[in-house]
Design a protein around this ligand. Structure first.
Ligand SMILES: Cc1cc2nc3c(=O)[nH]c(=O)nc-3n(C[C@H](O)[C@H](O)[C@H](O)COP(=O)(O)OP(=O)(O)OC[C@H]3O[C@@H](n4cnc5c(N)ncnc54)[C@H](O)[C@@H]3O)c2cc1C
Length: 424
C-alpha cells in the first residue's frame, strides 16, 4: 500500500508535496510551502548536510548576516598582480541583500527554519524511481523500497537530477563542461597566513574579496570573519571524464601549476591550504521543459537549469543558489494560488513565469565568462562584475502573484505550450 503523505504542519491548503533534494532550491520550496499551508516531505539522499566552500546569495531576505561576511570591495587583478579594478560590493543593492558565507552554515539556517515550520525532512533517502498517474492526479517516488505519493513531486535533486527523466521522457546525461575547479577553505592563522609577508594582507581586513584573471584560468580568494577563515577557488580548463565521480581530493601541487607565472601571493595562498577538492563541472543544454507530461512532477533549481559556479557560467552575478531559491518560492506560491484541484495548471504556470528570467540570468553569466576568459592582451577594459537592477530588484512571490492570473489564464485559453516552443 502506498504510504500517504503526512506532515506535522497545521496549514490549510492541504496540497501534498514531495520535494526530492535538500539543496537551496528544495529547502526554499519546503519553507515557502509550509508558510502557505502545504504539507511537505523533503527526501535527501545524503546522511546530513555537509558542504565545503563558500556561497554567495543575493536575496531580498534578511537575517543571514549573523553568519555571513560583508565583503566591501572586490579587488580585480590581472594574473600578474596588476590591479585592474576596485569594485564596491554594497551589502544592499536594489533591495537585495548580498550574503557571503560558508555554504554549509547558510544551508543549515534554511534547514533549521524548514524544520521549525514543520517540514518533514528525511535524510538517507535516495530516490530511485519517479512515477505519475495523471488520471488519479497523483505523482510519487519509490525510495528505500517504499512507494510514496503526493499531489505533486518537486525534483530539486541538482545538476545530476533523476527527476529530469520523468519530466523529459528520456534520460538526459550530464556532459563535462570542459572546466573544473579546485577549492579550499581553512583557518587562516592555524595555517600561518598572518605570518607570511605574501599572505598576511588577507588577514588584516574584516573580509575581502580578491580575484586574479588569466586566459581560461581564474582564481578567487575570500577572507571571512575578520580574516579568521580563508577560502580560495581556482577555475581551470579540464578535459577529464565525469562519468563516475565529479568531486575528488585535489593535489595542491597540481593547483600550483596553474599559477606558476602569476602574482606570487596566489601560489603562497594555495600552499597554505591543508587540502583541497577537485570539482569537475558538468553542464546541460537548456531543457525543453521543466514539467512532466501529466503536470504532476516538475524540476526546479539546478535540476531544471544548472548554474555553474560564479565566474564559470552565471557569473559574476552568483545566481545558482539564488535562482533555485526563487524557483522554490515561485512554485509554492503558484500552488497556493491554483489550489489542490489545479496542480498541472500550477506547474505549467510556474514554468512560464520562471523560464525567461532564468535563461536571462544564465545568458548574463555566459557573456561575463566570455569577457573574463579572454586573453589578457585582448581583454575589454571593464572587468567589474555587473549587478543589473532587473536581476536584483526582484521579489519572487510578488512577481508570481502579479503574473499568475494572466499566465494561467493564457494557458487555459490557448492551451499549454512550453516556453521553449513559444520562443522558437
Ligand atoms: C563548486 C560550485 C560553487 C558554486 N558557488 C556558487 C555561489 O557562490 N553562489 C551561487 O549562487 N551559486 C553557486 N554555485 C551554484 C549553486 O551551488 C547551485 O546552483 C545551487 O546549489 C543549486 O541548488 P539546488 O538546490 O538546485 O541543487 P543542489 O544544491 O545540488 O541540491 C540537490 C540535492 O539533491 C540531493 N539529491 C540528488 N539526487 C537525489 C536523489 N536521487 N534522492 C534524494 N536526494 C537527491 C543532493 O544530495 C543534494 O543535496 C556553485 C556551484 C558549484 C558546483
Amino acid at each position: 500500500m502506498p504510504s500517504v503523505l503526512r506532515s506535522s504542519g497545521t496549514g490549510s491548503s492541504e496540497i501534498e508535496i514531495i520535494v526530492v533534494g535538500c539543496g537551496f532550491a528544495g529547502l526554499a520550496c519546503a519553507i515557502e510551502s509550509k508558510r502557505k499551508g502545504h504539507k511537505v516531505i523533503v527526501l535527501e539522499k545524503r546522511p546530513s548536510l555537509e558542504s565545503l566552500g563558500a556561497c554567495a546569495l543575493k536575496q531580498s531576505a534578511t537575517g543571514l548576516m549573523a553568519i555571513c561576511t560583508q565583503h566591501e570591495f572586490m579587488y580585480m587583478h590581472n594574473f600578474d598582480g596588476e590591479l585592474l579594478a576596485t569594485q564596491p560590493l554594497p551589502q544592499r543593492l536594489y533591495g537585495s541583500n548580498s550574503y557571503n558565507g560558508r555554504r554549509g552554515e547558510i544551508h543549515d539556517v534554511l534547514l533549521q527554519y524548514a524544520k521549525k515550520l514543520g517540514a518533514d525532512v528525511r535524510f538517507n533517502q535516495n530516490v530511485e524511481t519517479y512515477w505519475e498517474d495523471a488520471e488519479r492526479g497523483r505523482a510519487g517516488v519509490i525510495v528505500n523500497g517504499e512507494r510514496m505519493e503526493a499531489d505533486v513531486v518537486v525534483g530539486a535533486d541538482g545538476a545530476r537530477s533523476r527527476a529530469r527523466e520523468i519530466v523529459l521522457g528520456y534520460e538526459d546525461k550530464p556532459i563535462p563542461s570542459g572546466y573544473a575547479i579546485y577549492r579550499a577553505w581553512f583557518n587562516s592563522r592555524e595555517q600561518g597566513l598572518d605570518t607570511d609577508p605574501l599572505t598576511s594582507f588577507f588577514c588584516k581586513k574584516g573580509g575581502e574579496f580578491y580575484a586574479w584573471i588569466g586566459k581560461d584560468v581564474h582564481m578567487l580568494a575570500m577572507s571571512f570573519r575578520d580574516g579568521e577563515e580563508m577560502c580560495w577557488v581556482l577555475t581551470h580548463k579540464d578535459e577529464h571524464d565525469i562519468g563516475e565521480s565529479w568531486s575528488y581530493p585535489g593535489k595542491i601541487s597540481d593547483v600550483l601549476t596553474y599559477v606558476k607565472d602569476w602574482d606570487p601571493c596566489c601560489s603562497a595562498l594555495i600552499r597554505k591550504a591543508p587540502f583541497c577538492v577537485d570539482w569537475k563541472l558538468v553542464q546541460r543544454d537548456p531543457l525543453p521543459t521543466w514539467v512532466s507530461k501529466g503536470g504532476y512532477t516538475i524540476v526546479i533549481g539546478d535540476a531544471a537549469h544548472p548554474f555553474l559556479p560564479s565566474w564559470q557560467s552565471t557569473s559574476t552575478s552568483m545566481q545558482g543558489a539564488s535562482q533555485g531559491v526563487e524557483d522554490g518560492v515561485t512554485i509554492a506560491t503558484v500552488l497556493d494560488l491554483a489550489s489542490k484541484k489545479n496542480i498541472p495548471l500550477a506547474t505549467r504556470t510556474f514554468e512560464h513565469i520562471r523560464y525567461d528570467r532564468v535563461r536571462r540570468a544564465q545568458a548574463l553569466g555566459e557573456s561575463n565568462r566570455n569577457r573574463m576568459h579572454k586573453d589578457p592582451e585582448s581583454r575589454d577594459e571593464d572587468v567589474s562584475m555587473p549587478f543589473p537592477e532587473w536581476l536584483l530588484d526582484f521579489d519572487a512571490e510578488k512577481h508570481a502573484r502579479n503574473l499568475y492570473d494572466k499566465v494561467s489564464g493564457d494557458i487555459l485559453l490557448s492551451g499549454y505550450m512550453r516556453p521553449s516552443e513559444l520562443a522558437s
